[in-house]
Design a protein around this ligand. Structure first.
Ligand SMILES: Cc1ncc(COP(=O)(O)O)c(C=O)c1O
Length: 393
C-alpha cells in the first residue's frame, strides 16, 4: 500500500498503513541489472524464480503468473468444469470466489470458524450430503494455515482442493510441511502484491505436484500456444516459425523484471517472517489487558500477513479516531456473498452466523517488516478504547 499523507494530529507525520512492501538496494540493483539484459519478458529469471519458489515450498512444479487473481483463474480452469459446485470462504478478497465464477462453476459459501478460516468440518458434512460438490477453494486467512488433515480427508472424498495461499507464503502446517507443498491439495496459489509476504509489484504463482495440471496451466498462461513438442505431424505449419494454439489461453506471463524482484525478495523471506511474527507477538502481549482481542492465540507457524483484532467498540468510531492520529486500519473482509454483484446472482441470504459476527468486530492493524511504530499503534488504540469507555459511562 502506498505511503499516504493525511491530516493527522500527531504532528503531521505520514500515515502508518496496515501493510507495505520492503524494498532494499539489492532488489533495486537486481531489477536494474535485468533492464540492461537481453530479456525483459520471458527469460531465465522467470524459470529461476519458479525453481527457487518450488524448492522453498516443497512443490514439484511452480508456474509464475501476472498476479494472484490470474493464478486463481488458471487454477480454476485446470480443476473445474462448468456447473461444478465449489465450497469456498466468504472471508476472502473477492478474487477467490470470482475465479470459480470465471470457470462457469458455482461458489457455495461455507461459514468460518473462530480463527477466520473456512470451517472444514462443515465442508466435510456438506460433501457427505451433496455429490455435486466437486471442489473446495480455501484461503489460509491472514497466513494462519488451514488444517492439513482435514484437507486430506476432503481430497480422499474426491474433492479437488485449491489452497489460496496469497496470505501464507512461508507459513507452516501444524501437521508438518510448508504451505505450498500441495501434499493435501491439487493446487496452491500465491499473490505477490506489495502488501503480501514478498512482492514482485504485481505477480502470482501456481504450485502443484501434478504434471498434467502443470502443463495445462503453463499452456493457458501463454495463449494456449505450444512452440515445441508434437509439431512434426503438422505439415501445414512445419518449420522454424512454428507455433500452434491448442487451447483458449491468456497472456498471464510474469516478466523478467518482476521475476528477478521475486528472486531477490525470496532471499529475505525468513527475515520478513521473523519480523512479522515478532510484531504479532508484541501486539498479543500489548493488548492482553485491554478489550481488544487477537483473532487467534499466537501461532509461530502463521505468516502473519494480517494481524486482526476483534472489538465490541463500533468500527466506525475506531477507524475515525485512529485515522486522525495517523494510523490506517482495514477490514478483511466484507462477506463476499453480501457484495452487490454476488447479491445480483442470488447470494446474500446464506446462514453464516460466525462470518457475520466476525465482520461486526474485526479490523486489521498495521503489520509489515519495516514497521517501527507498533508501540504507537497500541497507544493510539488504547486511547481510543479509553475515550469510548468514557463516552459510554
Ligand atoms: C486471499 C487473496 N486471494 C487473491 C488475491 C488476489 O491477488 P492479486 O491482487 O495479486 O491479484 C488477494 C489479494 O489481495 C488475496 O488477498
Amino acid at each position: 500500500m502506498a505511503h499516504k499523507r493525511g491530516v493527522v494530529e500527531n504532528g503531521g507525520e505520514d500515515m502508518i498503513p496496515y501493510g507495505k512492501q520492503f524494498i532494499d538496494q539489492q532488489d533495486i540493483e537486481a531489477v536494474v541489472e535485468v533492464l540492461k539484459s537481453d530479456y525483459l519478458t520471458t527469460g531465465p529469471k522467470v524459470e529461476e524464480f519458479e525453481e527457487r519458489l518450488a524448492n522453498r515450498i516443497g512443490a514439484k512444479y511452480v508456474v509464475a503468473v501476472a498476479n494472484g487473481t490470474a493464478s486463481l483463474h488458471l487454477g480454476a480452469l485446470a480443476l473445474l468444469k462448468k456447473g461444478d459446485k465449489v465450497l469456498t470462504t466468504p472471508n476472502s478478497f473477492v478474487a477467490t470466489s470470482n475465479a470459480i465464477l470465471y470457470a462457469g462453476a458455482v461458489p457455495v459459501f461455507v461459514d468460518i470458524q473462530e480463527d477466520g478460516n473456512i470451517d472444514l468440518d462443515k465442508a466435510i458434512e456438506l460433501v457427505k450430503k451433496d455429490s455435486s460438490i466437486k471442489a473446495l477453494f480455501g484461503v489460509h486467512f491472514s497466513g494462519n494455515p488451514l488444517n492439513k488433515k482435514k484437507l486430506h480427508i476432503l481430497k480422499e472424498m474426491g474433492v479437488k482442493i485449491l489452497e489460496d495461499a496469497s496470505h501464507a507464503l512461508g507459513a507452516k502446517y501444524k501437521e508438518g510441511g510448508e504451505v505450498g507443498d500441495c501434499e493435501a491439495s491439487d493446487i496452491t496459489t500465491f499473490s505477490f502484491h506489495p502488501v503480501k509476504i514478498i512482492t514482485t509489484a504485481e505477480g502470482g504463482a501456481i504450485a502443484t505436484n501434478d504434471k498434467t495440471i502443470y502443463q495445462k496451466v503453463k499452456l493457458l498462461r501463454t495463449h494456449g500456444i505450444k512452440k515445441s513438442g508434437e509439431w512434426e505431424d503438422n505439415e501445414l505449419i512445419k518449420g522454424d516459425w512454428y507455433y500452434e494454439m491448442v487451447e483458449l489461453g491468456f497472456n498471464y506471463r510474469l516478466s523478467e523484471l518482476h521475476s528477478v524482484l521475486g528472486i531477490s525478495q525470496l532471499k529475505k523471506l525468513d527475515s520478513f517472517l521473523k519480523r512479522r511474527r515478532e510484531i504479532a507477538s508484541f501486539y498479543d502481549r500489548a493488548f492482553k489487558n485491554s478489550s481488544f482481542r487477537p483473532l487467534y492465540p499466537f501461532n509461530p507457524n502463521s505468516a502473519y500477513h494480517l494481524y486482526v483484532l476483534l472489538s465490541d467498540i463500533p468500527k466506525k468510531f475506531i477507524f475515525e479516531k485512529v485515522k486522525k492520529r495517523g494510523v490506517s486500519l482495514q477490514v478483511h473482509y466484507i462477506p463476499i456473498n453480501k457484495q452487490p454483484y454476488y447479491q445480483s446472482l442470488g447470494y446474500g441470504d446464506e446462514e453464516l452466523p460466525k462470518m457475520y459476527r466476525y465482520y461486526q468486530k474485526a479490523f486489521s492493524i498495521p503489520i509489515f517488516p519495516s514497521l517501527e511504530k507498533e508501540k504507537y499503534v497500541v497507544e493510539v488504540l488504547k486511547e481510543v478504547e479509553d475515550e469510548f469507555m468514557r463516552n459510554s459511562s
